[in-house]
Design a protein around this ligand. Structure first.
Ligand SMILES: Cc1ncc(COP(=O)(O)O)c(C=O)c1O
Length: 433
């Protein structure tokens, strides 16, 4: 398997819950939940009863009511495609609206159902601007609307105002509408926030469908998602298919019967209180990350309650960290499973860059066992000042990506200053302490 998990900080997969007790069934049995989860069909090799329990558990969390319907999909992208397809099937003239910060899967879904996609501007916190949404809706009079709101945008974890969007549609008297909530990353942790601090974005706030990813906060360790509706959508897919003995109301047809077991073990098995604690730990780690970056003068941003911290992209990236993003902005997502020691180590590497030193990391074992200290077992060398260039040249032969490192390091301070626009950072500079 490629890579060492602890270096990957940019992607929102939790890894703290594991399922050794399910190893036998996951590796030893065929389980296919083909078709509608609420109809058993001909086959016996399925886990549809467990799937329905997962759907109901999440339905309760998001205030879907007793008639909740949904299924375990291959990922949140599939869930959003299901919702967009449902809207386009019910209303063939539908226009899809999503903010500029929405996940790319929304554009893909609109393209697949041949619906026009209208982009809505975001505010300075990456939330959909309701004023601009109003203008966009008014520009398409008489057309049905499918608005995709995001709860936890991919880059910064911004939360769109779902109740505000529903209210705006009421005010504009748009009755032929859908309001899908892409809550892939932040849906569960935000729904578990205490009263008073919890944003309203579920079915009680006007959502008509919602999706969460299983491999993000729930830590299913394999890609999956759950898409939910307050009631079974009507549509042509409700007819029974004789081959499988049920309707196929899903996008994918054959579906994993193992994923519902993992979801149930995480969600129902751990329970709300444990997940609330996991979410709180992640928020604390994100606060620690943000503070640590500020302390060394590295430009960083974090929205309230977010697991995500964005930072000025280091150039060159201290190997072997994976911070995703683009030329200008990198990302650290403090998912459950990320350890404080890793963040401390990364911040130390960034600090070294600022101070004109470079560390030469040696391959190490997974940090589940090495979290005790950043210097232990690392086999690192510190190379200072005059020997920096020589060390970088020597390393360049062994490590792709540090070529020209000496020159680029020298440019680091200037580049950081240029990048720091738009980031709040304590020192107000990206320079040396
Ligand atoms: C907001 C948002 N929606 C959808 C997705 C895609 O989720 P999945 O990987 O489950 O398809 C992501 C992935 O990061 C995301 O951040």
């Amino acid at each position: 398997m490629a890579g060492d998990r602890c270096y990957e900080l940019a992607f929102p997969g939790a890894t703290d819950i594991t399922y050794r007790h399910l190893a036998g069934v996951v590796t030893g049995r065929l389980l296919n939940n083909v078709g509608d989860p609420f109809e058993h069909g001909h086959g016996r090799n399925h886990t549809k009863d467990v799937e329905v329990r997962v759907v109901r558990w999440l339905g309760e969390l998001f205030e879907a009511g007793a008639d909740v319907w949904g299924y375990v999909a291959g990922g949140a992208s599939e869930g959003t495609l299901h919702a967009v397809d449902e809207a386009a099937t019910a209303h063939p003239d539908v226009v899809v609206y999503a903010s500029a910060a929405a996940h790319y899967s929304v554009a893909k879904a609109a393209r697949l159902v041949r619906a026009p996609l209208v982009r809505v501007e975001t505010d300075e916190h990456d939330r959909m601007r309701l004023g601009h949404l109003r203008d966009r809706l008014l520009a398409h009079p008489g057309r049905a609307a499918m608005i995709v709101a995001t709860v936890g945008t991919t880059e910064r974890e911004a939360v769109d105002d779902v109740a505000g969007i529903a209210g705006l549609c009421d005010e504009l008297r748009i009755e032929r509408r859908r309001l899908h909530v892409d809550a892939a990353l932040a849906g569960i942790p935000r729904a578990l926030l205490p009263d008073g601090g919890r944003p309203g974005f579920g079915f009680g706030s006007g959502a008509t469908s919602l999706v969460i990813s299983g491999h993000k906060f729930p830590s299913t360790l394999t890609p999956c998602a759950v898409v939910l509706y307050p009631r079974r959508p009507c549509g042509p897919d409700q007819q029974r298919i004789s081959y499988i003995g049920s309707a196929d109301t899903t996008i994918s047809g054959s579906r994993s019967g193992h994923a519902p077991l993992l979801l149930a073990a995480s969600l129902l098995g751990q329970g709300r209180a444990a997940h609330r604690r996991r979410a709180q730990r992640s928020r604390e780690l994100a606060a620690y990350t943000y503070d640590s970056l500020r302390r060394i003068g590295w430009p960083a941003r974090r929205l309230p309650d977010a697991f995500t911290v964005t930072l000025a992209q280091p150039r060159p990236l201290p190997r072997p960290w994976v911070l995703g993003g683009d030329e200008r902005t990198g990302r650290i997502i403090c998912m459950p499973g990320v350890e404080q020691a890793w963040i401390a180590e990364l911040v130390a590497d960034l600090d070294d860059q600022l101070r004109g030193r470079i560390r030469v990391p040696a391959p190490r074992l997974t940090s589940r066992t090495s979290g005790a200290g950043r210097d232990r077992g690392r086999g690192e060398a510190r190379v200072e000042g005059a020997v920096l260039q020589a060390a970088v040249r020597a390393e360049a032969g062994r490590h792709e990506g540090v070529r020209d490192g000496g020159r680029r390091l020298a440019d680091q301070h200037g580049a950081l200053q240029a990048q720091s626009e738009g980031f709040d950072h304590a020192a107000g500079r990206g320079g040396r302490r």
